[in-house]
Design a protein around this ligand. Structure first.
Ligand SMILES: CNc1ncnc2c1ncn2[C@@H]1O[C@H](COP(=O)(O)O)[C@@H](O)[C@H]1O
Ligand SMILES: [Zn+2]
Length: 348
């Protein structure tokens, strides 16, 4: 990690809604994976973007390929998932929605179903450890793989929605935003929605996707990842903004990810400000805490220092994230109670 956040931000109870499993692998876990596979000749510099460094988005996607080489067995997936959950718990994340893309069997030795089962097993292992974190799972569709794979993934997610005891709550659409066509994925996403899967879609992460964003917003999704280029100041449109506002679709905002991936020029120009000024529900998230060398405490602290937010305002921001989770109302109530109980010690 680049820096340690201050005590207030570390102790602040937090909700993490946008975390890609293989992008969240810490340098400690990477170390263990490198030791397991010395023949791959992978170095740390190939799996994370350090302080002050930037990459093009395209280069970020090369990094995921390297991590995928390191995480290619059932044992790896189990270790990576438990490590990531323990790290979020240690960062006072009380509710986490992890997302991950089931890969082809030849890349992991597991069927896609087996991949999801392994992640679920890791979540259950952590639960049995008694960690103070509620973890749910979103099955991810990589847009690069096209409509047929997307439909297959939805069918799988649908099975787990019914059989995972509430752990699988929804679907994520992600992958290199410059590749593939969102329009062709609409039937799969519609089916997912109709069967009760919640939808979190990466939307307008790069410029010039007005038409695709417009079509995807008509679903409408339950949450939006990034939405960097939705508003008119950066080439989006008022029509897109109005659709987001009308349907009250929360945004998942990942400041360091956007700055290091260079879709946003600097922290102070991050679109957090645009949506926050509108009073629109916006949730601070990490995206890929391993790849971008950050954690959720740091992201909250960076947001606060960049936009001059008081501790009380930051508290509200983390509390309001509870309303945006995909787990049912009872879980929201439990989390709200937890926030009330923790408030005195965080502000002491
Ligand atoms: C930087 N912005 C981003 N935009 C879009 N998709 C992203 C992403 N960051 C990560 N992913 C998606 O998550 C995968 C890695 O985790 P999993 O193997 O699924 O656990 C990447 O391959 C990509 O599909
Ligand atoms: Zn993402």
């Amino acid at each position: 990690m680049d820096n340690e956040a201050d005590v207030f931000y570390r102790q602040l109870p937090k909700v993490e809604l946008h975390a890609h499993l293989n992008g969240s692998v810490s340098s400690q876990t990477i170390e263990k994976l490198i030791k397991r596979k010395p023949h791959l000749n992978i170095e740390h510099s190939m799996t994370a973007i350090g302080k002050g460094q930037r990459r093009t988005l395209d280069e970020c996607f090369q990094v995921f390929k390297v991590i995928h080489q390191l995480v290619d067995t059932e044992e790896d997936i189990l270790m990576v998932t438990t490590d990531v959950i323990r790290e979020f718990a240690a960062d006072s994340v009380k509710y986490l929605e992890l997302r991950s893309t089931p890969r082809e069997e030849k890349h992991t030795g597991l069927t896609k179903k087996g991949y999801i089962e392994t992640v679920i097993r890791a979540i259950q292992l952590c639960k049995n450890e008694g960690l103070d974190i509620d973890v749910r799972f979103l099955v991810a569709i990589d847009r690069r793989n096209g409509a047929e794979v997307a439909m297959e993934t939805v069918a799988l997610a649908e099975q787990f929605l019914l059989s995972s005891d509430g752990l699988v709550v929804g679907l994520d659409l992600s992958g290199d935003p410059t590749v593939g066509d969102g329009k062709s994925l609409l039937p799969a996403l519609e089916r997912a929605k109709n069967c009760g899967l919640k939808l979190s879609l990466h939307l307008s992460e790069v410029p010039s996707q007005l038409e695709e964003s417009d079509l995807l917003l008509n679903l409408p999704p339950d949450r939006i990842g990034h939405g960097t280029f939705l508003h008119p100041e950066v080439g989006g449109s008022q029509n897109l903004v109005n659709k987001v506002l009308k349907n009250n679709i929360p945004l998942e905002l990942c400041l360091t990810s956007n700055v290091k991936g260079q879709t946003v020029p600097c922290y102070s120009q991050h679109h957090f400000n645009y949506w926050y000024q509108l009073g629109h529900p916006s949730v601070i998230c990490t995206d890929d805490k391993g790849v971008f060398s950050t954690d959720l405490s740091q992201e909250y602290q960076l947001t606060a220092s960049t936009f001059g937010l008081s501790h009380e305002t930051v508290w509200k921001l983390s509390q309001q994230a509870i309303d945006c989770i995909f787990a049912p109302q009872t879980v929201k109530q439990q989390l709200k109670q937890k926030w009330i109980e923790l408030q005195p010690q965080v502000f002491q």
